[in-house]
Design a protein around this ligand. Sequence first.
Ligand SMILES: [Zn+2]
Length: 262
Amino acid sequence: MRIITIIFLILSSILAAIILFLPEPDGFPILEYHQVTNEPLDPDFEIYNVPPADFAAQLDYLQSEGYTTITLQDFMRVVHGKGNLPDKPIVLTFDDGYEDNFSEMFPILKAHDMKAVLYVITNQIGQKNYLKLNQLKVMQQYGIEIGSHTSDHLDLTTLDAHTQRRQLRESKTFLEWSGLDTIYSLSYPNGAFNSDLVEILKEENYLTAVTGEASLNTLKTNPYELYRVHIRKPRFGLTEFKFRLFKAEFFAKIRNFFRSND
Ligand SMILES: [Zn+2]
């Protein structure tokens, strides 16, 4: 047998063992959505788009499985000792601030009596196909948490410290001065972050930030490095959605495995 085959067999056995025998990981998933529409803005980015019918089916499934949606402010209240998390918490997040989040996603969310967190690029607000301020206010009043996705959606890790701070501060104050409640959460553009950014976020009075790395979150997870699993346009319906939830669990198992062997 070739050495490659042997290595492959060993690695797949280890993976199988991780899946089958490691204990169920604690923690809850945060889902990352973008557009909810039948007409994606850019066909090249179609994978970032979930059709409304699929989205509704996903929420039906979460409800039937006993999940309760929370916001990241709900999460932080529990981190600070106020109250408890529900039995099966889950966070639905939406990046970039597309208008279909109001016209398509919001009615479906309301019909399921669920909450979400919405991250807007503040210099896009009111532009064609993007959310308007009054739509953000209506959604915040309903119970959707509004967060910042920075002013311009630049990769923060490529910017100097001064520009990083401006992107974080100006997007937050713009929303607050426009009449929205205090903004506490950030979504890193392209999921790119580092420890310097976390320090700036603390100084700028952000309490949470979400990345693009898959895993589950617990009360011990660094609130500035929260894990998310990306929900793409499904090719295999609900099966694919269940697989995405499983992906978060699988990565949590692997992370726990390596942590306990530190
Ligand atoms: Zn984005």
